[in-house]
Structure formats: structure tokens, C-alpha cells
Design a protein around this ligand. Structure first.
Ligand code: DP6
Length: 411
């Protein structure tokens, strides 16, 4: 051991948080599986971390014998290719940056890493946790090693949609053209403060329905789903080549002008076209269920009643609906959801997250919507808004790893 190492702290530790994002122009299909390069650009809204976030602690120490990772309380296999891509890339960038610097920071790089990550929302909520997870991992590692490069390129190699969680507000992922992927990056279109009236409601559906109907049917994950779509769907090719480029421009302009109607209509069309490409895939992929389709009807009938687009839906690779609306319409729309999907009387809190005021629901509106209520179809709603990108947690009491580098026992 040389004198420099004796003076070094035993363990260096950093904790960060990162957000979930929900695409309004969907990414579906890769042109390079390993580098995760998409066949079209996409655009998303970063959700507020008060409701949905991943927290990750990364530590490195010369006492550690191997790299290890714990996810939501369980140790996981560290040698997964995508995890390894992110670790390798960050170490490469750190080495590049540190090559001129002193040996103590170099030796930090030679140490093994421990990673511990938790979500503040249940996996059962069916929200893509991999985006927040990889964004948080890459951001934390970059902080640990002092890397300041364009980090969305690294997060993208963990999970495509993760690159958009590297920024707050409204974020586009430019597909890029190069084979090495260095121009396939995320970029902020507008910050989280840009459109303060915009609100997001995540409708978490009851899953029992689809599992009871077809217990043997395992849901198709986005990675393998998009591979099959690229191979078999002509509609997907048409979408990527001829629809998305113009739609990206229209969407960016709608966001910049805070034009809710255009934003909402493009969001719904894009979600529907994405699910149409899933149906055009062979064998077809079904992500929406009967309750998802009832939510779609509810939104269209609600808008029709007001002769104005007040609410929009979007669905990812699962049946949960994400609703975009403006703050003035939240109380009544939540009331409408509660009316048509009446929750269990003792089923706990129906609306979680940001407070929603009570609102009356007119008999005329109920009649005009006129769909058959589905009791317990929706388990709960998460009420949230647009939020910031990844942040570092300053309070060292909040580290998820103890001084021994192992996960702290939950109290
Ligand atoms: C439907 O980013 O999860 O949510 O790159 O294979 O990890 P991989 O896929 P992933 O796909 C997300 C698909 C989507 C649309 C979107 O978020 O744009």
C-alpha cells in the first residue's frame, strides 16, 4: 500500500434519483440491437419525482472484491450485457478524462463497484422502471467518477427510453444517423417550468382480468416485441419513414406554443398508431385490454361532450393509461374516472400523489358519456405533473448502502 492510498477514504459513495418518462411520440424498433439505435426519433414528458422515481447509491472501495448490484432489495446478476455496456462506457469516459490526473482518482477507477437501487413505486404499477433505473445508474456513476460527457448516449445503451430520463421537462431522442450512435442523443425541448398547467394522471389498471382470461399468456416485453415488429410489420416501416419525422416537428411546435389541443391529438394518434403496429406484427401483440379500451372511449366521449380536446391518453407496452390534461380539468375528469370505474369501498386511497379537489359531475355529462361502469377496473390513480431530470441527494443519511458497502436493512 503506498502513502497516497492510506490517506484515501475507504469507500466513496454517491446517491442520486432519476425520473420516469412517458412518450407522446413512441420509440418502437431498433436499427442496431447492441448500441440500441432506434428506427425513429421519439419525444417524452418527464414525470415529477415526488411521485415516481428511482433512487440509486453507487459505492466504490478497494475493500470490494467484485462488482455487485441489488435491485429493490434483491441481489441481481451483474453480468447482464446492458448493465455491462453502461459500466464499461462510464469507466471508459472516466479513464479518458482522468488520464492526465493524479493517481488517486485513477485508483478509484480500478476499484470494484457496489450498486443499490430502489423504486418508490411498485413494479406491479406496470410503469417502465428500466428507463428511470438506467438513467439513475448512469447519472450516479458519472457523478462518482466525475464524468461530464453527454450521458444520454450511455443511458441509451441500458434501455433506449432511459436516454430521455436524463433530462427534465419535454425531451426528444434524436434518432441520429451515424453507425457508432454518437449522434443518437436526448435533448431537452422545453424545461419543466415551461407549461405549469400541464397535468399527468397514471391510471393503474387491475391486472386480474387479463391474467384470469389467459393465465398462460405472458406479456410480451418491449425489447422482444419491437424486434418482431421490425421483422414483420410494414406499417412500422411506414410509420418510421413517413409519419414520425413530420409528427416530431408538429409536436415540438405544439409544446413550444403550449397548444394543448394539438399536443393532445398528436399524443392520442401516436399511441393508437403504435398499438396498430403491434397488431400488424406477426404474431400480433396485444397490450391494450377491455379496460384500456373503455378508458379510450371515456376520453373521446368526454372531449366530445365539451366539443373541445381537454384530455388525452397514451399507452406503452402494457394496459395502463397515462392521461395528459390541464389543471382546470383534473378534478372533474378524475370524478368521471371514479364514476365509470368505481373503486372498492375499502380499497384504500384511490387518488395518490398531488391533491385533487372534489368536483361535482353533472347527470348530463354522465348520460352523454353513457358507458357501462366497470367496478374495480382501475386500482388507483397517480396524480402528478412534469418534473426535473436526475438529481444528486446531498444527505448522506439517505445512502442505500451502509459503510460496509452492503444494503442497509430497512427499518
Ligand atoms: C412503448 O426503452 O423499454 O415505452 O430499448 O429495448 O430497453 P429497450 O426498450 P424500451 O422501450 C420503450 C417502448 C415504449 C415507447 C417509448 O417509451 O418511447
Amino acid at each position: 500500500m503506498n502513502s497516497k492510498e492510506v490517506n484515501m477514504p475507504e469507500t466513496t459513495m454517491i446517491t442520486c434519483t432519476a425520473p420516469v418518462n412517458i412518450a407522446v411520440i413512441k420509440y418502437w424498433g431498433k436499427r442496431d440491437e447492441e448500441l440500441i439505435l432506434p428506427i425513429n426519433s421519439s419525444l417524452s414528458v418527464t414525470l415529477h419525482q415526488d411521485q415516481l422515481k428511482t433512487t440509486t447509491t453507487v459505492a466504490c472501495s478497494r475493500k470490494f472484491h467484485e462488482d455487485r448490484i441489488w435491485l429493490n432489495g434483491k441481489e441481481e446478476y451483474i453480468n447482464q450485457p446492458r448493465l455491462q455496456s453502461c459500466l464499461r462506457e462510464i469507466r471508459r469516459l472516466a479513464r479518458k478524462r482522468r488520464s492526465e490526473e493524479d493517481s488517486s482518482s485513477k485508483s478509484l477507477l480500478s476499484h470494484r463497484i457496489h450498486i443499490c437501487s430502489v423504486n418508490n413505486f411498485p413494479t406491479a404499477a406496470g410503469l417502465a422502471s428500466s428507463a428511470a433505473g438506467y438513467a439513475c445508474l448512469v447519472y450516479s456513476l458519472a457523478r462518482l467518477f466525475g464524468v461530464e460527457a453527454e450521458l444520454s448516449v450511455v443511458a441509451r445503451q441500458g434501455s433506449g427510453s432511459a436516454c430521455r430520463s436524463m433530462y427534465g421537462g419535454f425531451v426528444q431522442w434524436k434518432m441520429g444517423e451515424r453507425q457508432d450512435g454518437i449522434d443518437s442523443v436526448a435533448e431537452q425541448v422545453a424545461p419543466e417550468s415551461h407549461w405549469p398547467e400541464l397535468r399527468v394522471l397514471v391510471l393503474v389498471l387491475i391486472y386480474i382480468v387479463c391474467f384470469q382470461v389467459s393465465a398462460e399468456r405472458k406479456p410480451v416485453g418491449s425489447t422482444s416485441g419491437m424486434q418482431t415488429s421490425v421483422k414483420t410489420s410494414e406499417l412500422l416501416k411506414h410509420r418510421a419513414d413517413s409519419v414520425v419525422p413530420a409528427r416530431m416537428e408538429e409536436m415540438i411546435s405544439a409544446i413550444q406554443r403550449k397548444d394543448f389541443r394539438t399536443f393532445a391529438e398528436l399524443t392520442m394518434k401516436d399511441s393508437n398508431q403504435f398499438h396498430a403496429t403491434c397488431l400488424d406484427t406477426c404474431p400480433p401483440i396485444f397490450y391494450l385490454n377491455d379496460i384500456s379500451r373503455k378508458v379510450i372511449s371515456l376520453v373521446h366521449r368526454y372531449n366530445q361532450y365539451y366539443k373541445e380536446t381537454r384530455v388525452a391518453y397514451t399507452f406503452d407496452a402494457g394496459p395502463n393509461a397515462v392521461i395528459y390534461t390541464l389543471q382546470d380539468h383534473v378534478p372533474e375528469f378524475v370524478q368521471a374516472v371514479q364514476h365509470f370505474f368505481p373503486p372498492e369501498s375499502n380499497g384504500g386511497q384511490f387518488v395518490k400523489g398531488d391533491d385533487v379537489a372534489a368536483a361535482p359531475l353533472s347527470e348530463e355529462l354522465i348520460q352523454a358519456i353513457g358507458i357501462e361502469p366497470v367496478p374495480k377496473g382501475i386500482s388507483y390513480i397517480i396524480s402528478t405533473k412534469v418534473g426535473p431530470g436526475p438529481c444528486m441527494v446531498e444527505d448522506s443519511d439517505l445512502h442505500l448502502l451502509g459503510p460496509d458497502g452492503l444494503p442497509k436493512k430497512s427499518p
